[in-house]
Design a protein around this ligand. Structure first.
Ligand SMILES: Cc1ncc(C[n+]2csc(CCO)c2C)c(N)n1
Length: 216
């Protein structure tokens, strides 16, 4: 079994809870309250900024030039392409700026940044993988469910269910598998732990948005 197959098995219960979340079920049907989606998009804009920098840092730390280039492209994509989706939604909602990072987003970005900066590079790569893989799985899952007519969240669904995104996800998976097979058992175990933590934080990010969870 490859490391990524093992890691995905380890998060199976978390992934199951993610696809059952009301945030995603309602987004898929187009019935999600705009206030909740708006909160999510604002938080995600902040997330992408930090996440893009964590990806760039992993690119700088990657041993193989090919992996460095892949992570730099992921970083550019997070900072430029995905941000455009957010900007278009922020414009639709008439929101001029991104606001502050609320608890779920704050926790997630700082986990990713500290892991990318201070842990072995393989562990940093494992920590960012759920961001790709869970979004692809969720995008595919929603794209396969019955389509709601004129869903206001269709642009979001198309971004993550699309084939172009699938290529990046397969690349990130392949890099992690190569890194895992070239490292020690101890580092592989730490990679799995980081992958699980990031998956929990993905759950919490949607949960925080659904509950409009803010600093007290
Ligand atoms: C909380 C949260 N997690 C994952 C993504 C998806 N995502 C963000 S950047 C990137 C890779 C480079 O484009 C991917 C897949 C998101 N938007 N928000």
């Amino acid at each position: 079994m490859t490391w990524t197959e093992h890691a995905w098995q380890a998060i199976a219960p978390i992934y199951k809870r993610i696809i059952e979340m009301p945030f995603l079920a309602e987004l898929s049907k187009g019935t999600l309250a705009q206030e909740r989606f708006q909160f999510y998009i604002m938080q995600d804009s902040g997330y992408l900024e930090h996440f893009g920098k964590a990806l760039a840092l992993l690119g700088a730390r990657a041993a193989a030039t090919e992996d460095a280039l892949a992570f730099m492209r992921f970083a550019e994509n997070a900072l430029v392409v995905e941000s455009l989706l957010h900007e278009s939604y922020l414009k639709d909602f008439g929101i001029p700026d991104k606001g502050t990072l609320e608890p779920a987003c704050h926790h997630y970005v700082h986990f990713l940044k500290s892991t990318a900066a201070l842990d072995a590079v393989e562990i940093g790569m494992a920590a960012v993988l759920p961001c790709f893989w869970i979004y692809k799985a969720v995008g595919d899952h929603i794209s396969k469910s019955p389509q709601a007519p004129a869903n206001p969240y269709q642009k979001w669904i198309d971004t993550y269910g699309g084939e172009e995104f699938g290529i990046a996800v397969r690349q990130a998976i392949a890099i992690c598998d190569r890194a895992a097979s070239a490292t020690t058992e101890q580092t592989r175990a730490a990679m799995t732990k980081a992958f699980i933590t990031a998956s929990r934080l993905e759950y919490d990010f949607w949960d925080g948005a659904y509950q409009l969870r803010m600093w007290k």
